[in-house]
Design a protein around this ligand. Structure first.
Ligand SMILES: *[C@@H]1O[C@H](CO)[C@@H](O)[C@H](O)[C@H]1NC(C)=O
Ligand SMILES: *[C@@H]1O[C@H](CO)[C@@H](O)[C@H](O)[C@H]1NC(C)=O
Ligand SMILES: *[C@H]1O[C@H](CO)[C@@H](O)[C@H](O)[C@H]1NC(C)=O
Ligand SMILES: CC(=O)N[C@H]1CO[C@H](CO)[C@@H](O)[C@@H]1O
Length: 358
C-alpha cells in the first residue's frame, strides 16, 4: 500500500497519543486538592473533586496548620508529621472527616460555639464521626472513637458529617451576663459578655448582686464560687431563668403602673386605665409593687417604692396594706371605708360641740 510520507507519520503519532491516554501513567494518582484558606468546602470532603497528581506521586495528605486544612498530593520529599498531617495511599484517600476538638480545660469549649478555625481536627477517616459531650459539667469536643457511646442525647452527641460537633452545647443551655466590678455596671453600655455558663447543670439561673452602682457582679448560679449560689437566698442576690435576664442596672426605672389616690373618692373601685407610672427609680433587687393602705380612717393607693416612709408604714400595717405586682393598676379594687361615727349629744356632753374625741 502506498501512502504519502507525511500522512504515515501523523497517523503513527495519533495512535501513540491515543495509546498514552488509555494507559495509566505509572505512579500517578488522584487526590483531593484544596485549602480551607480559600475554600471552606475543603472542610467537607464530599464537596471536593479529586484531581490528578504529578507523575511519581504515590500518596495523598490532609494537613492542619493552625486550623487551616489543606488536602493534596504528597510530593516525595514533603514532610507530613503525624500530629498535624495524615498521609495515605490510594486514589482520593485523603477524604478525612474534619471535626472540632477542644477539651474541658478550655472554658471556650463550653462557653462558645467552638466555630474558631483553631479548633479544627483531622479525623482518622471519612467515616469517623464527630463527638461532643458534657463531662464533669464541662464540654469536650473531638473526632469520635469506636468506644464513644452516648446514653443521653441532651448531653452527648455522635454525629456524621464535617464540623458536626460545633455550636453551643447542649443546644438548650442558659446564657447569662458574666462580669464583675466596674465594667459590669451597665450591660447596655460596656461590652459585657453574655454567654453560656461555665458549668452545665440542670435548671441553672442567671444572677445579679451589687454592693453599689460600681460594684456589680453578674453570673450563673452554677459558677464555681458564685456569689449567689442558693438562688436569691443571699442578701442582695436576684436570680432569673431566661437568657441574659440579669441585665438590670443598679438602679432602674419602674415599669409597673399603679393607681395613685388618697381620700374619699379613693375607696371605690378604680379604673385600671387610671394607673400612673411609678416615677421613683428603684434598686435592682427591689420588686416593683403597688399598694392599697387603709388606716387611720384614710385610704392611700400608690407605688410601694415612692418613698421610704410609706413603704415602712405599709410593712407595719400588716393586712391593712395590700401589695400587688401582677399587672398595671392591680391595686384598684374597692375598699370599704369602714369609718366609725362619733356618737354624742351636746346636751349631755359639752365636748360634743368641738372636741368629740373626749
Ligand atoms: C439527660 O440529661 C439531661 C441534662 O442533664 C437531664 O435533664 C435528663 O434527665 C437526662 N435524661 C436521662 C434519660 O437521663
Ligand atoms: C433586659 O432583658 C429583658 C429580657 O429579659 C429585655 O426585655 C430588656 O430590654 C433588657 N434590658 C436591657 C437594658 O438590656
Ligand atoms: C388590687 O386590685 C386587684 C384586682 O382588682 C385585687 O385583686 C387586689 O387585691 C388589689 N390589691 C391592692 C393592693 O389593692
Ligand atoms: C429584665 C430583668 O431585668 N431581669 C432580671 C435581671 O436581673 C435583675 C437583678 O438580678 C432582676 O431584678 C431582673 O428581674
Amino acid at each position: 500500500m502506498y501512502l504519502p510520507k507525511g500522512i504515515a507519520t501523523y497517523g503513527c503519532l495519533g495512535i501513540l497519543l491515543v495509546f498514552a491516554s488509555l494507559t495509566p501513567r505509572v505512579g500517578a494518582i488522584k487526590c483531593l486538592k484544596c485549602s480551607s484558606n480559600d475554600d471552606q468546602n475543603c472542610l467537607d470532603y464530599t464537596k471536593i473533586v479529586a484531581a490528578d497528581c504529578a507523575e511519581g506521586v504515590e500518596m495523598c495528605f490532609t494537613s492542619n496548620d493552625g486550623g487551616v486544612i489543606t488536602r493534596g498530593c504528597l510530593q516525595k520529599d514533603q514532610p507530613c508529621e503525624a500530629n498535624t498531617c495524615k498521609s495515605c495511599t490510594g486514589d482520593s484517600c485523603n477524604n478525612h472527616n474534619i471535626c472540632k476538638k477542644c477539651s474541658t480545660d478550655d472554658a471556650d469549649c463550653s462557653q462558645t460555639d467552638a466555630s474558631l478555625v483553631k479548633y479544627n481536627e483531622i479525623c482518622e477517616s471519612s467515616t469517623t464521626q464527630c463527638f461532643v459531650q458534657v463531662k464533669d459539667k464541662k464540654v469536650e469536643r473531638r473526632c469520635a472513637t469506636a468506644d464513644d457511646s452516648c446514653s443521653n442525647d441532651t448531653t452527648c452527641k455522635k454525629t456524621d458529617g464535617s464540623i458536626s460537633n460545633a455550636g453551643y452545647f447542649p443546644t438548650k443551655r442558659i446564657h447569662c451576663y458574666q462580669c464583675a466590678q466596674t465594667d459590669c455596671s451597665d450591660v447596655s453600655v460596656s461590652a459585657v459578655p453574655k454567654k453560656p455558663c461555665r458549668n452545665y447543670v440542670d435548671n441553672d439561673e442567671c444572677y445579679m448582686t451589687a454592693e453599689s452602682a460600681t460594684a456589680v457582679t453578674r453570673g450563673c448560679k452554677s459558677d464555681d464560687n458564685a456569689k449567689c449560689s442558693t438562688g436569691g437566698g443571699e442578701q442582695g442576690c436576684v436570680t432569673c431563668q431566661t437568657d441574659n435576664c440579669n441585665n438590670s442596672t443598679y438602679e432602674r426605672q419602674q415599669k409597673l403602673k399603679c393607681i395613685q389616690c388618697q381620700g374619699t373618692d379613693c375607696y371605690k373601685e378604680q379604673a385600671a386605665a387610671e394607673a400612673k407610672d411609678c416615677e421613683k427609680k428603684i434598686l435592682y433587687s427591689d420588686k416593683e409593687a403597688c399598694f392599697t393602705l387603709v388606716a387611720d380612717g384614710d385610704i392611700q393607693r400608690s407605688c410601694l417604692h415612692n418613698d421610704a416612709a410609706t413603704k415602712e408604714k405599709c410593712e407595719k400595717a400588716g393586712d391593712a396594706c395590700k401589695v400587688c405586682s401582677n399587672e398595671d393598676g392591680c391595686n384598684r379594687s374597692a375598699e370599704s371605708s369602714n369609718f366609725q361615727c362619733i356618737v354624742c349629744r351636746s346636751d349631755e356632753n359639752k365636748d360634743c360641740w368641738n372636741d368629740a374625741s373626749k
